[in-house]
Design a protein around this ligand. Structure first.
Ligand code: HEC
Length: 180
């Protein structure tokens, strides 16, 4: 393939580019013609921000929570979590059955605890970018909102969910087999 550009720019072309740059610099239109020149090649293509999740993000979700080291359930923390859950989640989720959103009494047998916390803290981005959650959205039609921004509160809710799991394989710490 031959390059589109002559390695030695001809005077008229560089003059045009300089003129455009000068216009952009002093013209005062932030997204105007000057920017269009620079973006022309790459602009609309695809929004491939969707595609590029890391293996860790696929498994643990997209968000601030990584590699929790969970011990046995802490009853006091679970109780605090239950209060928060009742207030902020129960309009859409039940432990025993599907409701506006998925049933959460078995969630830890299908998702990592980090995934659950990241969903709570970062639902918007999870809904937009995580393939598992995008698929759920296709079934539930409601994009889950962020109701909790405090990681400690999200952690308490996780503890509550751990305490009500009906599948006993749920809360064991991950085996590192699947690595990243
Ligand atoms: C307005 C309704 C609504 C509220 C409030 C809500 N959720 Fe959700 N949640 C959903 C829906 C719907 C989904 C499925 C994904 C989607 O459509 O966004 C979901 C998905 C989830 C998932 C993933 C389930 C799975 O099977 O992977 C978890 C975990 C979760 N929610 C936890 C919570 C917690 C904890 C709260 C409270 C802090 C909460 N949600 C508040 C509607 C809600």
């Amino acid at each position: 393939m031959t390059s589109a550009f002559d390695p030695r720019p001809r005077t008229p072309l560089s003059f045009v580019l300089l003129a455009a740059a000068a216009l952009a610099a002093c013209g005062g239109t932030p997204d105007g013609d000057g920017a269009a020149v620079a973006d022309a090649g790459s602009a609309p293509s695809t929004s491939n921000s969707d595609a590029e999740l890391t293996a860790v993000e696929l498994e643990q979700g997209i968000g601030p929570v990584r590699d929790l080291n969970l011990e046995g359930v802490d009853p006091a923390l679970a109780e605090a979590g239950e209060a928060a859950f009742t207030q902020k989640c129960s309009a859409c989720h039940k432990v025993e059955e599907r409701y506006v959103g998925p049933r959460l009494g078995t969630v830890l047998s299908r998702r990592r605890p980090e995934f659950v916390m990241n969903m709570v803290l970062n639902a918007n981005e999870m809904v937009k970018r995580h393939p598992v959650v995008k698929e759920l959205l296709g079934q539930f039609y409601t994009p889950m909102p962020v109701q909790v921004t405090d990681p400690d509160e999200a952690r308490a809710i996780l503890e509550y969910l751990r305490s009500v799991q009906t599948d006993s394989t749920a809360s064991s710490p991950a085996d590192p087999a699947g690595d990243r």
